[in-house]
Design a protein around this ligand. Sequence first.
Ligand code: NAD
Length: 296
Amino acid sequence: MKNISVIGSGTMGNGIAHLFAQHHFEVSLVDLSPDQLHKGMATIGKNMDRQIAKGTLTEADKAASLNRISPYTSLADGVNKADLVVEAATEKIEIKLDLFRQLDLLTPANAVLASNTSSISITQIAAVTQRPSQVIGMHFMNPVPVMKLVEVIRGYATSEETTRQIMDLSSQLEKVPVEVQDYPGFVANRILMPMINEAIYTLYEGVAGVSEIDTVMKLGMAHPMGPLQLADFIGLDVCLSILRVLHEGFGNPKYAPCPLLINMVAAGFKGSKSGEGFYSYPAGTKDYPVSSRFSK
Ligand code: NAD
């Protein structure tokens, strides 16, 4: 695999493009929105500057890596040479199904089509293509250049060969791939989201405040950050939609999203990206959250 097309240049897409370019792949970065594409390219440059400041990248490597990324707003132009497409567009089923229908028509017949989805069924995505054996989940974690895990999700029809290709490719990217089957939430979010939901219930029922809950999990369980702060970083809207997938997919009331989470999302409190969630982010930065309206 040499030519990689990344669809979506948001939080995850620009990180995925960054990672592939730094590992000497030719990358086409595609986004519908020229504005997002521009922001995505700027973010890659800024993140590479951080690597330079840390001494893990040279100026020359940065220039060469950026040179390997070509931005496109046209899907057809961005995917016609692809050996692999990694789709990282907005987490909405209708957007993914529409994209995969088009990708099936626009990419070379032997191309592998991967999705970075957090929760949408790979089997369902694969079923809208004529090549379900070549469709797979390649679930990177945020921030992509830093986090080691790639959850590799085998849809019902994904072939052994496609799985092997993506496992090997992930290792080539210096990540640790873990193969999992395609059931709601896969492994990462099936375990993480109920914990976050329970933390929100603990707050909702008045058992403890935001910083108390996060402190218990940080100091008591050695988590690098508390579940409420993590929920803010992931996006409360994203957490809610993943919980809904789990709830609907398993039909089990234990996954029912906490009414407080539903209310916060309806009111536009989406976490760090909206400036307010369980914590406030007054300077629009994730780095220094301050306790918000939930403080005692
Ligand atoms: P985001 O909102 O930051 O970016 C999505 C981008 O997709 C936007 O720039 C949007 O313009 C673009 N887009 C939408 N429809 C498109 C189309 N038809 N063609 C091309 N571009 C299109 O979202 P994100 O947080 O980067 O998430 C992307 C995917 O990664 C989702 O499936 C999400 O579940 C998954 N994911 C997110 C995280 C996370 O922490 N944010 C972690 C793991 C996986």
